[in-house]
Design a protein around this ligand. Sequence first.
Ligand SMILES: Cc1cc2nc3c(=O)[nH]c(=O)nc-3n(C[C@H](O)[C@H](O)[C@H](O)COP(=O)(O)OP(=O)(O)OC[C@H]3O[C@@H](n4cnc5c(N)ncnc54)[C@H](O)[C@@H]3O)c2cc1C
Length: 318
Amino acid sequence: MVLVYAESPKGQFKKAAFEAVTYGKKIGDAMGKPCVALVIGNAENAGQLGVYGASQVVQANGAFENFDSQIFSEVIASVAKQMGAEVVVVNHSSSGKSLLGRIAVKLEAGSVSGVNTMPTLDGGFKVKKNVFSGKAIAQYEIKTPVKVLSLMGNSFPPVASGADVAVQALDITAPAARITVKAVETVDGTVPLPEAELVVSAGRGMKGPENWGIIEDLANVVGATTACSRPVADTGWRPHHEHVGQTGVAIRPNLYFAIGISGAIQHLAGVNSSKVIVVINKDPEAPFFKAADYGVCADLFDVVPRLTEAFKKFKAEN
Ligand SMILES: Cc1cc2nc3c(=O)[nH]c(=O)nc-3n(C[C@H](O)[C@H](O)[C@H](O)COP(=O)(O)OP(=O)(O)OC[C@H]3O[C@@H](n4cnc5c(N)ncnc54)[C@H](O)[C@@H]3O)c2cc1C
């Protein structure tokens, strides 16, 4: 069977959990095996994971208030062993990334991180992911009996294929924590970058943090999450969680606005899987134009407010 760990931060499922279950269901269908969703700690209406294809939902109840990769990986691995999972799926989120290797070690399993396609099963279990900053696609064959995968966000849209299912409670005693989580600070109110379908991102061309109002206005009108290039976060113009790229968050939204960003390879590495890229830059030689689906070669301080007004007008008329 396929075991999917469905993340439920603060007791709520986000789109990423439904994507992972949808993906697990597809793999299960291809293997002729059921897909079981595992929830750790509290979650509102865990049975809804059945809608996205889980034939069974198991919920580990216990002292699991804060995410701890050592404890969560222990729980996931022990449930996988008990239930005889052949494939374990987690999200390629910050939590999922810290779980993948730990689960794989505990299960003596081969693992691939950041997969974005369905595995092929003919002649071995083979799965693909982007490598070399998105410039190439690598195919991996996992030969161990158990396989562990982390799924890149926005690769498989959630598909409602079933109905709510009953939730089976698992009484699991949480292993002793080796670290103490003293406080958890999260950003509320916006869609997290890895899940965002629309992203408005800006770079050093903005000249300073005091000018970010036009970026937020554009993001608000289209319902986008804001992002930035690395130097912008490094200099404290924007918070670090907005930094996208090779050393920041890797994203693949449906629409990515790159405003006043040159398009250095390290930036592109994290965003070039976006489905549509719109670049606004006053330098016609800016490398980002080579990766753009649409380009506006102009001063951003002129174009961005006009674009926001045009979106507002369009929304008012439609
Ligand atoms: C190991 C390593 C890892 C890195 N990881 C990352 C990463 O993860 N993410 C990342 O972003 N970077 C990363 N970098 C840095 C990267 O190489 C670039 O330096 C960085 O992306 C440049 O940021 P920028 O485009 O905002 O700034 P700049 O390169 O300064 O570009 C600013 C752009 O704004 C345009 N502009 C200026 N004024 C206007 C205007 N008025 N209107 C329109 N356009 C205007 C300019 O033409 C220019 O193209 C990394 C570098 C290294 C060495």
